[in-house]
Design a protein around this ligand. Structure first.
Ligand code: M6R
Length: 362
């Protein structure tokens, strides 16, 4: 049932091109420059968004914040559901609570959503599991159609959640009049390319296995990124922690100077998301700062970027894509890195210690 793969996680990583086809399928209206999410919910009835989710799903929510704020100019708050449910959030009838979940059974997410509802919020679920508890408690559901995910470490569901966030932001941007038709069309064209681009990234597995070989003995890893690549950095660190048990931290690259830079020495591998985008040069400076302190840089960079070779010890190239969509191609090498490191360390990749696939108790 693992389709010839040694682990479900690897199978699910390799399913991602197909998953993207499924998530995006039939929803992209390239001609009109819009997406059809089949939602009852009118974007004009809300004026702010609260993302409610845990773990990987919460990182997808953070990605959604960058997109919804950037393209739809709607304020978005992100919080892990375990905090949201108890912090007495400020909610009114124009707040849209977006609960994001693979399983649809995560107790904190359910309770966070219920809390928002009690306070009068409108609700939307971005969910994988059909008919799960969460689907029954939200006004509208945006299914991500990733198919069953067995590996405890979420991979393909994250990919599908990112695609769902991109579509949501396009829909809201079009409805609110903040996203022009041409810009929407350009994004949709790029979204359509993603399955093929992710396929290309999967071919990098031998290179990533080689990098894993070099660094799997490290005690700690640091992951850095800016803007939409901040959630990618968080997700890369979480994947590594979960299945290899290596301590990993992620930071927005610009925050490095405010503390984590003290950790850097010649034993610290630093994974830097350095794909093309408006903040690329800033990220390059961060790489220089890491190198100046002896840190080992593993860069995820855009195909054709020769400059970065001079700075980073290892470079994994990902295909060129719209900078707002770069997380979808960039997270794949991080998933593979976590996987290869865990395998080298002899870890139980699909059933990591202390973790459950769905966390139904607090
Ligand atoms: O089923 P959910 O998406 O609600 O699960 C949320 C988290 O428990 C989940 O993403 C967890 O962090 C994964 N183990 C990440 O790989």
């Amino acid at each position: 049932e693992k389709g010839g793969f040694p682990h479900y996680m690897l199978k699910e990583i390799y399913e991602q091109p197909w998953v993207l086809e499924n998530t995006l399928g039939g929803r992209l209206l390239e001609e009109v420059g819009d997406v059809d999410l089949g939602l009852e919910l009118d974007p004009l009835e809300v004026d702010r968004v609260h993302m409610v989710a845990c773990g990987t799903a919460a990182y997808a929510g953070l990605y959604g914040k960058y997109l919804l704020e950037g393209l739809a100019r709607i304020p978005v708050e992100c919080d892990v559901a375990s905090e949201y449910r108890y912090r007495d959030p400020v909610v009114d009838g124009k707040t849209l609570a977006v609960a994001i979940s693979q399983s649809g059974e995560t107790i904190d997410t359910l309770e966070g959503l219920r809390e928002a509802k009690r306070k009068g919020a409108r609700t939307l679920g971005v969910i994988n599991a059909k008919g799960s508890s969460l689907t029954r408690e939200v006004e509208a559901v945006l299914y991500i159609h990733a198919g069953p995910e067995i590996g405890v470490a979420s991979t393909k569901a994250y990919m599908a959640m990112l695609a769902a966030m991109a579509m949501l932001a396009i829909r809201f941007g079009r409805a609110r009049g903040t996203l022009g038709q041409e810009e929407a069309r350009a994004l949709i064209r790029e979204l359509k390319k993603l399955p093929r681009l992710v396929e290309e990234v999967l071919e990098k597995r031998p290179l990533i296995a080689h990098i894993a070989e070099k660094y799997h003995q490290a005690q700690d890893f640091l992951f850095l990124g800016r803007h939409v690549q901040v959630p990618t950095a968080y997700e890369g660190a979480l994947k590594l922690k979960e299945i290899s048990y290596i301590h990993a931290e992620a930071y927005p690259a610009g925050e490095m100077k405010h503390g984590p830079i003290a950790l850097i020495d010649e034993r610290l591998p630093v994974v830097v998301l350095a794909t093309q985008g408006p903040l690329y040069e800033k990220t390059l400076s961060n790489i220089q700062e890491v190198r100046a302190r002896g840190g080992k840089v593993i860069a995820v960079a855009t195909e054709g970027d020769e400059e970065i070779r001079k700075l980073a010890q290892d470079v994994v190239y990902v295909p060129q894509v719209h900078p707002l969509l770069s997380p979808m191609v960039s997270v794949v090498p991080l998933q593979l890195l976590a996987y290869e490191v865990a395998v080298l360390l002899g870890r139980d990749v699909d059933q990591p210690r202390n973790l459950a696939k769905s966390v139904t108790v607090e």
